[in-house]
Ligand binder design. Structure first.
Ligand code: SF4
Ligand code: SF4
Ligand code: FES
Length: 262
């Protein structure tokens, strides 16, 4: 299928893009700084945080304009975009102000607020704030991998990310993709000896056969072997041992090559 190139105007500058690609991607490529808290390259966008809002219009819209979430908006020829118009800035500030009420102590939100000149929220702060910004990156990553172990639960101030019924989730394999991609490091886990704990679930770790160091959880290794065609013995070594083995093999190959050249 051929990809059609279109021309759009961003902040007065003509920009080439591929028809249908998401506007935020184009803006990023152009080096334009638009905040985007729920965007993650590994998962489809879902328009949750709304800080990536921009103003769009077209010549034929007769001066009418609209505000759209750029992470979800597919570009088309002739699109005219303003990323920092007064209307955009005011809307973005209101959204950030609301976020600051929910996450007053979260460095990522504090920094964003400071960038937009907001020192404190003008809304009623939530009673028990935490660092979850409800970006949904963790749940979407877990869903994308097919585990569906966590989801957004409750409503209003009480909305949070949790496993079903708050119990250790049966389908969680302890891969840590949720925790390691959380933009605020809100998801806690511990690796202690040969045991990993996340979402109240304990996992036995596979260990490196040379060093005894933990590699990944047994459940995650079994998943990768069964569904990603990774050879079972791959998990006998951790990354460092794999690198050492490769280096050793490269040394042997180099020695053989020298012998061949004699
Ligand atoms: S650690 Fe569990 S909850 Fe987190 S992404 Fe992996 S499977 Fe999902
Ligand atoms: S736990 Fe982290 S990744 Fe998940 S929604 Fe909250 S801030 Fe986002
Ligand atoms: S990044 Fe677009 S809505 Fe969050």
């Amino acid at each position: 299928m051929s990809m059609k190139t279109v021309t759009i105007t961003v902040n007065g500058k003509l920009v080439r893009a591929t028809e249908g690609e998401y506007l935020l991607k184009v803006l990023r490529r152009e080096g334009i700084d638009v905040p985007a808290l729920c965007q993650h390259d590994a998962v489809e966008p879902y328009g949750g945080c709304r800080v990536c809002m921009v103003e769009i219009t077209k010549a034929e819209w007769n001066g009418w304009s609209d505000m759209v979430t750029s992470c979800l908006y597919p570009v088309a020829d002739g699109l005219i975009v303003q990323t920092h118009s007064n209307q955009v800035i005011e809307l973005r500030k209101t959204i950030i102000d609301l976020m600051l009420a929910r996450n007053p102590h979260t460095p990522l939100i504090q920094q964003l607020a400071a960038d937009y000149g907001i020192n404190s929220t003008s809304f009623q702060p939530v009673p028990e704030p935490n660092d979850c910004i409800l970006c949904g990156i963790c749940t979407r990553i877990c869903d994308t991998m097919g585990f569906h172990a966590i989801s957004t639960v409750n409503r209003g101030h009480g909305r949070e990310i949790a496993p079903p019924l708050g119990e250790a989730p049966e389908s969680c394999v302890g891969c840590l993709a949720c925790a390691l991609n959380c933009p605020t490091n809100y998801i806690k886990f511990t690796d202690s000896g040969k045991t990993r704990t996340i979402w109240k679930k304990q996992f036995e770790m596979v260990t490196d056969k040379r060093t005894g160091a933990p590699t990944i959880t047994r459940e995650f290794a079994e998943y990768l072997i069964a569904h990603r065609n990774i050879p079972a013995d791959y998990f006998d070594l951790n990354d460092e041992s794999h690198r050492k083995e490769t280096a050793t093999n490269m040394g042997a190959i180099a020695a053989w090559s020298r012998e061949d050249l004699k």
